[in-house]
Design a protein around this ligand. Structure first.
Ligand code: HDE
Length: 686
């Protein structure tokens, strides 16, 4: 430790900014040499040339020059957190995996949420699938459940993945657009891949503009196997259900949030966890056997299909709690290396051709990104259970095996040995057939589940799907591509096709694409809708309160208390971040300056204003859009009397409706927060 004292000779002779007298560790080079001056490089004279012998400067710049590693080809933008998984239901009838059989056991986990298409610096609210990757550090090795927030995928065979991603990401000549699929290449590819139509319905739905990570479902997507101690196998699909409910924002909000706070999702997770408001997800399994798989009208190995929850209910077996942010983003979130190949005894892969391809790709990509076959030596990737193997050497080896025997078998009596009892055994399946490049006939139905998804949505959600298609296709320059996309829609739903054709101004409806297999009519699955399954809680949400000088401090306190009682957080917005003074002279500090905090950052808003303050707000563009946007985005709004009388009509031309609450007392405030449980006042849509 060294005492920092006032330093001289800093920069141009200015004074040190360090706090005098505080204890700090002594700064050293990487090899531990104490550093006396980290402000100035070594020169021949104050105005002379640098000297080559300056090892401190050389080491610092050398390391800086090598700070970046290749970003992920897909899922480059992501955010992670630590937590635990606690099993509540013993699955030993289905699997011998300890993580799924030891009730009450807490397994450490690390989660990384991500977007797919954007590069590392892209905004959080791009319309995109979200990655939902969970690493379980189990007693029997790491199990990575590398899923998404959508239960199906675009393609059926991994050999098409590079094409899909090339088409989705920025176009190769112009390097834009970034983090969005609203361009020719994406829709060109999609229009030529009818197998993507089910996924298209999901990505055009509100699932791809989630309110935040905390309000997303997660899915393992593929059918996996569970294998019990007796060697019996069952098929399984994994689900994560957010305790706070599933929620999304509106497209207009997403666009504006990307400008107002491109880190909206990151900040949300950081704020929640650091405030002790730990998000939780229940792990669910859908288990079925070969018989069900045979009877099911679609192939359970086809990742463009899901198994409706109404056919096979989701059994909740445990809970994941995220309770710790990383200490260092790079070391943990950037270096974490998920692999679908990481499974544990009792869990096994199926023949899903997408999963088989992924098992190859993830290991390969980690070597490229992390640069050494020893990437599992990094703390975030290392197992937390004992491990022993004879793999050695390579770049950055941290723990080479000790002793003479680095091979097996050996007669020295040294080193680890296999354990046929505890060890991983692949489920034995008899496979016969002709070696060929082929797609199974059972994968040929491309529209039935797309139709089922669309018909399972509420009218509001169906409208959003149509709007999203119209928006994206309007950005496509080539009319032939627009028409080719629309030609698939009659196979999904006639009205949807009409709406989109009309929204694009197509003169006439293009001829419908000919399905490879006739569309099967299936029952709608209400579980697929977000709005049909409202969480009925405002917990975890954020109320933005816009305040002015001269307000009633008691009403402000009542509203803040009501929000707290509802489990929500409050952010105070004012013209100046210094805050406002109430009618009784109390200062209320603001969290945000009005210009920097549009209402899209909040789930519901309140305006508490004095008569004079309200008149002032009415003259401010940022205040008017704060209210007008909240109204247009169907949010619940609370207004003090003066806000209603002197501000409302300047911002919103319509009369206040059932979603707008006049508040004047603690009871009113409680009533408003109760109404907010519905999250949006969708009736305003009508
Ligand atoms: Fe991935 N995917 N993927 N993927 N994927 C990667 O691995 C790949 C697929 C998913 O937060 C890469 O570490 C292929 C489906 C997530 O670090 C890469 C195929 C699902 C993440 C890769 C798929 C996913 C990745 C790039 C077609 C949902 C981020 C960087 C068969 C079930 C994990 C990396 C994280 C990342 C390959 C399809 C989810 C290149 C070949 C389906 C959540 O290996």
């Amino acid at each position: 430790m060294s005492k920092t004292t006032k330093q001289t000779n800093i920069g141009n002779g200015g004074e040190t900014h360090q706090v005098a007298g505080k204890d700090h560790e002594t700064m050293t080079t990487q090899v531990g040499m104490p550093i006396a001056d980290d402000q100035n490089s070594l020169k021949l004279a104050p105005r002379g040339p640098h000297l080559l012998e300056d090892q401190i400067f050389r080491e610092k710049l050398f390391h800086f020059d090598h700070e970046r590693i290749p970003e992920r080809v897909v899922h480059a933008r992501g955010y992670g957190a630590h937590g635990t998984f606690e099993l509540t239901d013993d699955l030993s009838d289905l699997t011998r995996a300890k993580v799924l059989t030891e009730v009450g056991e807490k397994t450490e986990i690390f989660v990384r949420f991500s977007t797919v298409a954007g590069n590392k610096g892209s905004p959080d609210l791009a319309r995109d699938v979200r990655g939902f990757a969970v690493k379980f550090y189990t007693k029997e090795g790491n199990w990575d459940l590398v899923g998404n927030n959508i239960p199906v995928f675009f393609i059926q065979d991994a050999i098409k993945f590079p094409d899909l991603i090339h088409a989705a990401k920025q176009e190769p000549d112009r390097a834009f657009p970034q983090a969005q699929t609203a361009h020719d290449n994406f829709w060109d590819f999609i229009s030529l891949m009818p197998e993507a139509m089910h996924m298209v319905m999901w990505i055009m739905s509100d699932r791809t503009i989630p309110r935040s990570f905390r309000f997303m479902e997660g899915f393992g997507v593929h059918t996996f196997r569970l294998v019990n101690a007796a060697g019996k196998s069952s098929f399984v699909k994994f689900h994560w259900k957010p305790r706070l409910g599933v929620q999304s924002v509106l497209w207009d909000e997403a666009v504006k949030i990307n400008g107002a706070d491109p880190d909206f999702h990151r900040r949300d997770l950081w704020d929640a966890i650091t405030a002790g408001d730990y998000p939780q997800w229940d792990l669910g399994v859908q288990v079925f056997d070969e018989d069900f798989a045979e009877r099911f009208p679609f192939d359970v190995l086809d990742a463009t299909k899901l198994v409706p929850e109404e056919d096979v209910p989701v059994r909740i077996v445990g809970t994941m709690t995220l309770d710790r942010m990383v200490d260092n983003f790079f070391a943990e979130t950037e270096q974490v290396a998920f692999q679908t190949g990481n499974i544990v005894p009792g869990i096994d892969h199926s023949n899903d051709p997408l999963l088989q391809g992924r098992n190859f790709s993830y290991l390969d990509t980690q070597l490229k990104r992390l640069g050494s076959p020893n990437f599992n030596h990094t703390p975030i990737n290392a197992p937390k259970c004992p491990f022993a193997h004879l793999q050695q050497d390579g770049h950055m080896a941290m723990h080479n095996p000790r002793g003479r025997a680095n091979y097996e078998p050996n007669s020295h009596g040294l080193g680890p040995r296999e354990d046929p009892e505890r060890g991983f055994r692949s489920y034995e399946v008899e496979e016969t057939g002709v070696k060929q490049r082929v797609r199974s006939e059972t994968f040929a139905d491309h529209y039935s589940q797309a139709r089922q998804f669309y018909l399972s949505q509420t009218e509001v959600e169906q409208g959003h799907i149509a709007d999203a298609l119209i928006f994206e296709l309007s950005k496509v320059e080539n009319p032939a591509i627009r028409e080719r996309v629309v030609s698939h829609l009659p196979n999904i739903d006639g009205d949807l096709a009409e709406m989109v054709a009309d929204g694009l101004g197509l003169g006439e409806m293009p001829e419908a694409a000919i399905p490879a297999r006739e569309v099967v009519e299936t029952e709608p699955s209400p579980a697929l809708s977000i709005l049909a399954n409202p969480p009925e809680t405002f917990a975890g949400r954020k109320l933005g309160i816009l305040v002015t000088d001269g307000i009633d401090g008691a009403l402000f306190d009542d509203l803040s208390q009501a929000a707290k009682n509802a489990g929500a957080t409050v952010e105070i917005v004012a013209e100046k971040v210094g805050g406002v003074t109430t009618s009784r002279g109390r200062t209320i500090a603001a969290d945000q300056k009005l210009d920097g905090a549009p209402s899209v950052l909040y789930d519901a808003v309140a305006v508490l204003a004095s008569a004079e303050g309200a008149a002032k707000l009415a003259r401010m563009h940022s205040a008017r859009t704060f209210l007008a946007d909240a109204h247009a985005h169907k949010k619940f709004i609370a207004l003090s009397d003066d806000a209603q009388n002197h501000f409302w009509s300047a911002a919103v031309p319509e009369d206040p409706d059932g979603g707008v609450h006049a508040i004047d007392s603690a009871d009113d405030a409680e009533g408003f927060l109760k109404a907010c449980k519905a999250l949006r006042f969708w009736e305003r849509d009508a």
